[in-house]
Write a protein that binds this ligand. Structure first.
Ligand code: SDX
Length: 436
């Protein structure tokens, strides 16, 4: 490194060699410069000015946020400053939901009131059931969930009043409360089973399991280990700062669309196999590998770019995803109850090999939140189509927290990136008969 020539200023000195002009660009907190400060760099005075080019926003901060902090190099994840390990160990999903939405852990009265409000908003309008009946029996549950969440905006047209904090809050409560109901109804439709209505004396996750799995009994008692395991999984999936789907919620919300439409769009982004759809893709990958003996060939396929090791890699984490470690421990507790998932041996061997192969190590590819979660869901009796749905339910809280933070941020406007045009220059229209 060249000898440092510092003048102690918290800025960048930029020389534009095309013009010989010098510029001072302020450095803000966290080693950040404002992209708009680049616009002063021009050749001609009437030029548009300098822009940064960043496909997929790999090096672009779109917002300041106080919701979630990730240190990707060290595998750190905190919700409003609380380490994910402590929340998973000691909190509940609805308490974490309150934390993400309100910014602080609730006192007992606040928690009781929030749990009450969520509990008493779990029903959906009967017309929603008719909407779900319109889907084929084999419709993917995510397609049904995305559609029914968007449909909720037609039942609550006042949700468009996004400037009204009380109105925002009731819509937020409705979405947190109704997501398990819609998800369970999609599952029951898929199975051709009658719908089980919400039971208000059950906990959030027990009510969800009841709506999913109660068949032919007056009282469905979920196994407390599974009920707690699902609650922990919901905590782990609740938010993850500016991921693809949260950014989608923010972008749609920046146009001042209603929150149901914004969350439906975010859910569509999550559905992608590179994002929340990865948990389903992992299970299908493990089933396709079939046995530990087939792993070496599969790994070769990954190295030759014929395969992708789903559930591995992350844009931010360049160390082990802290959620994956907790999920792995939770899996052991679940398998005590459900019996060991036979695919676990393939997953563990895949991880062992990948963590020692240069192809993966050199690319910082570690298991992410989606690598082990599907094994738990499958052992709990969920079909693979429900796996991204089980991600979407808790992540609805994170999307809503990010959506509202965006609305209240004076620096935010409607999202509208620029482009670098590399298309055709101007040319004249040619009638179809004269085209070559
Ligand atoms: C989630 O952003 C979030 O926070 C998301 C999430 C959340 O909570 O919201 O954490 C949830 O989406 C987790 C990720 C789930 N997706 C998967 O498990 C799908 C498999 N993983 C990837 O496709 C990939 O790792 C991504 C999408 C997660 C990250 O992609 P990046 O950051 O764009 O990285 P990249 O595609 O540029 O990969 C860098 C290199 C490439 O090799 P080279 O071309 O440089 O030689 O690593 C390779 C990639 O080919 N690579 C993989 C790989 N992931 C990356 N090779 C094989 N298998 C993989 N899984």
């Amino acid at each position: 490194m060249a000898e440092k020539q510092t003048d102690g200023k918290n800025s960048l000195s930029i020389r534009d060699n095309r013009t010989g002009r010098d510029y001072e660009i302020d450095i803000h907190e966290g080693d950040v410069i404002s992209a708009m400060d680049l616009r002063q760099i021009k050749v001609e005075d009437d030029d548009f000015g300098m822009m940064s080019y960043d496909p997929a926003f790999k090096n672009t901060a779109s917002t300041r946020s106080t919701v979630t902090y990730i240190d990707g190099a060290n595998g750190v994840l905190q919700y409003r400053g609380y380490p994910i390990e402590q929340l998973a160990e000691r909190s509940s999903f609805l308490e974490v939901a309150y934390l993400l939405l309100k910014g602080d852990l609730p006192d007992q009265d606040e928690l009781d009131s929030f749990v009450h409000d969520v509990t008493f908003h779990t029903y959906v309008h009967e017309n929603v059931i008719q909407l779900l009946e319109g889907f084929r029996y084999d419709a993917h549950a995510m397609g049904m969930l995305i559609s029914s969440v968007a449909a909720l905006s037609t039942f609550y047209p006042e949700a468009k009043e996004i400037e009204d904090p009380e109105n925002r809050w009731i819509q937020i409560v409705r979405m947190v409360a109704k997501m398990p109901t819609l998800a369970a109804y999609a599952y029951r439709h898929h199975r051709g089973l009658p719908y089980v209505y919400p039971e208000n004396e059950l906990s959030y996750t027990a009510n969800f399991l009841n709506m999913l799995f109660r068949i032919g009994v007056k009282e469905y008692k979920p196994n407390p280990v599974l009920e707690r395991a699902l609650d922990v999984l919901f905590i782990l999936h609740a938010d993850h700062e500016q991921n693809c789907s949260a950014t989608t919620a923010r972008v749609i919300g920046s146009a001042h669309a209603d929150p149901f439409s914004a969350i439906s769009g975010a859910m569509a982004a999550l559905y992608g196999p590179l994002h929340g759809g990865a948990n389903e893709a992992v299970l299908r990958m493990l089933e396709r590998i079939g046995s530990v003996d087939n792993i070496p060939d599969f790994i070769e396929g990954v190295k030759n770019r014929e395969e992708r090791l789903m559930g591995f890699g992350h844009r931010v984490y360049k160390a082990y995803d802290p959620r994956a470690s907790i999920i792995k421990r939770t899996a052991d507790e679940v398998f005590e109850v459900t019996g060991r998932n036979r695919l676990l041996d393939i997953a563990l061997e895949l991880e062992k090999i990948a963590l020692n192969e240069d192809f993966f190590v050199s690319r910082n590819l570690y298991p992410n939140v989606d690598f082990y979660s599907g094994l738990i869901y499958q052992s709990m009796g969920f079909p693979v189509e429900m796996f991204p749905v089980l991600f979407a339910i808790p992540r609805t809280v994170g999307w809503l927290a990010q959506w509202e933070e965006m609305l209240l941020d004076d620096e935010q406007k409607i999202a509208r990136p620029r482009q670098v045009y590399v298309g055709q220059g101007e040319r004249d229209y040619v009638p179809v008969g004269d085209r070559g």
